[in-house]
Structure formats: C-alpha cells, structure tokens
Design a protein around this ligand. Structure first.
Ligand code: NAP
Length: 163
C-alpha cells in the first residue's frame, strides 16, 4: 500500500530553494508518528534537503544516478521497483516527497496523509500535484489551531482512495 504524506500551503506550496517553508512542530510530530517503523521513499533532492537518513525507518532514495550512495539509505532507480516492494511486502510505504516524487506516485496512492497549512507562500517553487478530492474519502480530520510554537492554523486529513 502506498501513502503520500505531505504538508502544503493554501496554493499547494511545499518548498522553496529545496527547503521547507515553515517550522511547525505539531506537523513534524505527526510526520514522525505516521512514518515510525515504516519504509519511507523520497526523491534525491528531498534527501539532500533533509541531509541524513531518518532514524528508525527504512530509507529509500529515488535517483537516476546509478553511483548515488549515502549512509543509511538504499538507492532505487525506478518507480516500478518501489511498487514491486509495496506488492511484495504488503506494508504501508510512505512517500515523503518532494514534488517530482509525489507526482510520480499519486496515481498509485491508496492513501494521502495531508496537512493543510492556512497560509500562502508566494516565494514557493515546489508544489504538491493537483489531485481529485472526489477520488478519495475522508477517514480522519484533525484541526490544529495555531499556538506559541505553531504559528499557522493547520488541518490534517487522512484520505483513502474510494476504489
Ligand atoms: N512540505 C512537504 O511536506 C515536503 C516534503 C518533501 C519535500 N518537500 C520539498 O520539496 C522540494 C523538493 O522537490 P523536488 O521535486 O525538487 O525534488 P524531489 O522530488 O525530492 O527529488 C527529485 C529527484 O528524484 C529523482 N527522480 C525523480 N523521478 C525519478 C524517477 N522516475 N526515477 C528515478 N529517480 C527519479 C531525481 O534524482 P536525480 O536527479 O538524482 O536523478 C530527481 O532529481 C524541496 O523544496 C523540499 O523541501 C516538501
């Protein structure tokens, strides 16, 4: 099973200059809990942005560069190899971005775990792809009001594909 997990602004903005657009500990906590113990799949640019393998998770980095290697990660070179792993393992594989990788996996996603940040980010240069909300049903919805540590309101939704 493939799940895309992402946080985005009001215009589906997700990044700028290969960095996140915010520091929102409430969403980071959600990300940690939702991916704990699972396999995470990310694009090479997102891996470079994070800078290290995420602890206590199997880290797969997608790249077309056959020579790519880094501590704690497995390099995969095709979408199909990840889909085969998802079929074979019958486990939830968490696709964690970025933009190119979300776009690649969206047609295969059974679930979306999305955080909507109530703010526009005009300088963004990376976006979550357009998706058809009607293809998904809402399984869970959480409203996180801004507080001293989280400067924007957020709504977190767990979607599941209808068929
Ligand atoms: N808000 C969020 O939740 C969130 C989450 C993650 C990332 N982000 C942001 O997203 C941005 C990065 O997104 P991005 O689109 O620039 O980069 P990306 O999706 O992280 O990585 C793109 C790279 O993935 C590899 N790739 C893409 N398609 C492939 C394929 N079919 N087969 C094999 N490898 C493939 C290529 O690596 P090579 O060039 O090495 O071949 C490509 O350059 C950053 O700003 C980051 O902060 C935001």
């Amino acid at each position: 099973m493939i799940t895309l997990i992402c946080a985005m602004g009001k215009n589906q903005e997700i990044g700028e200059k290969n960095r996140l657009l915010w520091d929102l500990p409430r969403d980071m906590k959600h990300f940690r809990e939702r991916t704990a113990g699972k396999t995470v799949v990310m694009g090479r640019k997102t891996f470079e942005s994070i800078g290290f393998a995420l602890p206590k998770r199997r880290n797969i980095v997608l790249t077309r560069n056959n020579d790519f290697s880094a501590k704690g990660i497995e390099a995969f070179h095709s979408l199909e190899k990840v889909l085969d792993l998802a079929d074979e393992k019958k486990e939830e594989i968490m696709v964690i971005g970025g933009s190119a990788i979300y776009e690649l996996f969206l047609p295969y996603a059974h679930r979306l775990s999305l955080t909507f940040v109530d703010k526009e980010f005009p300088n963004a240069d990376s976006y979550f792809p357009k998706f058809e909300k009607n293809d998904f049903s809402i399984k869970e919805k959480n409203i996180w009001k801004k507080d001293e540590k989280n400067i924007f309101d957020m709504v977190q939704i767990e979607y599941e594909r209808k068929i």
